[in-house]
Design a protein around this ligand. Structure first.
Ligand SMILES: [Zn+2]
Ligand SMILES: [Zn+2]
Ligand SMILES: [Zn+2]
Length: 386
């Protein structure tokens, strides 16, 4: 039905910062200031710690590393923030929250830094995701400009993504079958295993315009990540997403979330990413999915950039043998755009890396090197010019 091409999903993303080892003590600084009593020094230190616990979780890794080198209390707070960041990539923003930890036994990158979003948001050409608190209490992310922050985005937060006056279903139970067929009109294409052999399958689910709730049996992909996952560092491929439990064939894994871009904006960003990549180690995660519409004349193109804003799917590496994930376009009743979701294409054992095929290698034989390690590896990552 379609094909899927990451325009440039490269490996060896490096954004973690080694924690500074050298530090001075705050006590020395406050007590050395002209003979104030110990009580005042402690008080100042308490103020500093209170301030630091509010501010430090918002800092990027380089800023956090430099502030951690100023005194011992800040070093300790930074260290605990680093630990919390590496213990959960999802920043507690997934519905069924099981932490998704970073595991690295190879080098000094404790985690990968990016803005987390459980579902795709609209990427404005001029919008730079500002900051997201990460490393203290779970907090809501803030995007956009200070004057128009976008809080905790869900598809429903973007009216432009909804079809106006769409009529959903009014079933009492959407999973009910009549004569072996689902009665619910939204379930005409259900998650099933048969369609998963194609490059990109399509399924339909209930959505915002339906009368049913999130617990509806035809909303498999709308309840967040339900399987345990972990992000593991590989010496060649960089970070990769792994199963942290047995996953049965057909189970929903996650959505590919990021910034939804116009094709113009996607091309501009791709050019910038290519420049950055040529200057050194840089990993982008811009995915382009084309769905050829039944007429054969038109083609729907989805550009999702998870380079700066995304979810755990940005860590899924390519495999030339097709990997163990199926890519499925999910249409939710009432939503204008489909979402890209991953399902297990076969049983997956605990610890196994999750991979999918980025596309057809024949289209652009001069891509980046591929390290998938499969017996049929082409040696080159599939990608194409936009
Ligand atoms: Zn229904
Ligand atoms: Zn429905
Ligand atoms: Zn329903």
């Amino acid at each position: 039905m379609g094909s899927i091409f990451p325009v440039s999903k490269r490996v060896s993303f490096s954004s973690g910062q080694r924690m500074m080892k050298k530090h001075r003590s705050c006590n020395n600084q406050t007590e050395g200031g002209g003979g104030e009593g110990e009580g005042e020094g402690e008080c100042q230190q308490q103020h500093l710690c209170n301030w630091a616990e509010l501010v430090l979780p918002w800092l990027s890794p380089p800023d956090l590393a430099s502030i951690s080198s100023t005194c011992k209390p800040l070093y300790l707070i930074s260290k605990s923030i680093t630990n919390q960041r590496s213990s959960d990539a999802s920043r507690s923003l997934e519905n069924h929250h099981a932490p998704i930890p970073f595991l690295n036994t190879l080098d000094t990158h404790p985690y990968s830094y990016f803005i987390y979003t459980p579902s795709s948001i609209i990427g404005f050409p001029s919008s730079i995701p500002l900051h997201q608190s990460w490393g203290r209490k779970p907090q809501l992310p803030i995007w956009g400009t200070p004057s128009s922050p976008i809080l905790h985005p869900k598809p429903t937060d973007f009216p432009s993504l909804m079809v106006e006056n769409a009529s959903g279903c009014g079933c009492s139970d959407c999973s009910e079958e009549i004569d072996g067929k689902f009665h619910c009109p939204c379930a005409r294409l259900r998650p099933g295993l048969s369609g998963f052999s194609e490059d990109v399958g399509v399924i339909t689910e209930c959505g915002e315009s339906c009368g049913c709730g999130r617990e509806c049996g035809n909303r498999t992909t709308q309840r967040g990540i339900a399987v345990r996952l972990k992000i593991v560092r590989d010496s060649v491929k960089g970070w990769g997403l792994h199963a942290d439990q047995f996953i049965r064939r057909g189970e929903f894994i996650c959505e590919y979330a990021g910034e939804l871009l116009t094709t113009d904006e996607a091309r501009k960003r791709q050019q910038k990413y290519d420049e950055l990549a040529s200057q050194g180690r840089f990993s982008s995660a811009l995915l382009v999915v084309r769905e050829h519409l039944p007429s054969g004349k038109a083609c729907l193109r989805l550009n999702i950039d998870a380079t700066r804003v995304g979810n755990v799917a940005r860590f899924i590496n390519h495999s030339c043998d097709g990997g163990n994930l199926s890519t499925v376009l999910v249409r939710n009743c009432g939503s204008l755009l489909p979402r890209i979701c991953f399902f297990a294409s076969r049983d997956i054992v605990e610890g196994e890396e999750l991979t999918f095929s980025y596309g057809d290698i024949r289209l652009r034989p001069k891509g980046s090197p591929c390290f998938c390690g499969s017996s049929c590896c082409f040696g080159v990552l599939p990608s194409e010019h936009t």
